[in-house]
Design a protein around this ligand. Structure first.
Ligand code: ASP
Length: 314
């Protein structure tokens, strides 16, 4: 049985007062594309890479085009991908010139002898491997300038979906977040991928949980595939992704219990956010401790469902 889940970020958004029609439509369209790939026999790694690359191209989310800006007004993008079959993985940080951070992360995984590359080295590899290059302005949207200005005024470093960072009606419809996907393919293999611009107004050079294997991104066929969104520092400190694997493997916990306890630990460490996770049997867990997490998934009946708040499933 194939399964897929994707997220478009978490935050403290007033769900009832925000129009999320566009984000919901984008999540549905991209989930349907991923489902079609898996139904046609694509591997879990291919599916999560493609789903995340499509989310990066969509300006409604905090990854690729439309990513949030750092304190100096620059995009600095992070991404990672992991295969549950063999724990192969690749990660990149501080990207400004590689068109698709997640495709570069996959190239790191499969076409380099290493696991993680930063900024300039990552971009040199992108060029060497013939992947698409862009200039930093490719990623920058007007809405992000307003959001950064607002963050400067408020002195905040924040999650993208936090209401406090919205700068007015014209940007409300463009409330967006980090993106990620987890999948189980027809052979029972799992994979996870995550891509982000990080936190609005972050210090230049700051790296969050997204590209840290075992924190924001993790996959192992024996347990689960996990992609996180939220306060990256707390997800790193809790070792979130690996903790889910460890609780399931060593303690025999269910995915649901492991994710619930994992998020409780994130909360204890002062963080907010959520995770999408899938276990080796295809069971999904989409938990969050913020007001909202943009998410879509292929349910057991094969239908794509979309939700933002606690109980607003379409
Ligand atoms: N987890 C991301 C980071 O800390 C941010 C997010 O999920 O919105 O970089």
């Amino acid at each position: 049985m194939i399964r897929l889940a994707l997220h478009g970020g978490a935050g403290d958004l007033a769900v009832d007062q925000t129009d999320t029609t566009e984000q919901r439509a984008a999540l549905r369209r991209i989930a349907e594309a991923g489902r079609a790939m898996l139904q046609a026999g694509a591997s879990a790694v291919d599916a999560v890479e493609q789903v995340v690359a499509l989310l990066e191209e969509c300006p409604l989310f905090n990854a690729g085009v439309g990513a949030v800006l750092n304190r100096d007004g620059q995009p600095e993008l992070d991404a990672a991908i992991m295969s549950g079959m063999d724990r192969a993985c690749g990660a990149v940080t501080g990207i400004m010139r590689a068109k698709s951070p997640v495709r570069l992360a996959r190239a790191v995984m499969e076409r380099s002898p290493h696991v993680m590359f930063m900024g300039t080295g990552a971009e040199a590899l992108n060029r060497e491997l013939g992947l698409e290059e862009v200039t930093p302005d490719y990623f920058v949207t007007e809405a992000r300038f307003h959001q950064l200005k607002r963050a400067h005024e408020l002195g905040l470093i924040g999650l993208d979906h936090d209401d406090a960072l919205k700068s007015g009606a014209e940007t409300d419809s463009a409330a967006f977040g980090t993106v990620g996907a987890v999948a189980r393919d027809a052979h029972g293999h799992l994979a996870a991928a995550t891509s982000t611009g990080g936190l609005t107004n972050k210090h230049p050079g700051r790296i969050g949980d997204t590209p840290i294997i075992g924190a924001g991104t993790f996959a192992d066929d024996r347990s689960a595939a996990v992609s996180c969104t939220g306060t990256g520092e707390s997800f790193i400190r809790s070792g979130f992704g690996f903790e889910i694997h460890a609780r399931m493997s060593y303690c025999g916990w269910t995915l649901e219990r492991a994710c619930c306890e994992g998020l409780e630990e994130v909360r204890r460490l002062g963080g907010r956010g959520g995770s999408i996770a899938i276990d080796h049997e295809g069971y999904l867990d989409l938990s969050f401790n913020s007001a909202a997490m943009f998410r879509a998934w292929v349910a057991a009946d094969g239908i794509v469902r979309v939700a933002v708040g606690e109980n607003d499933v379409d």
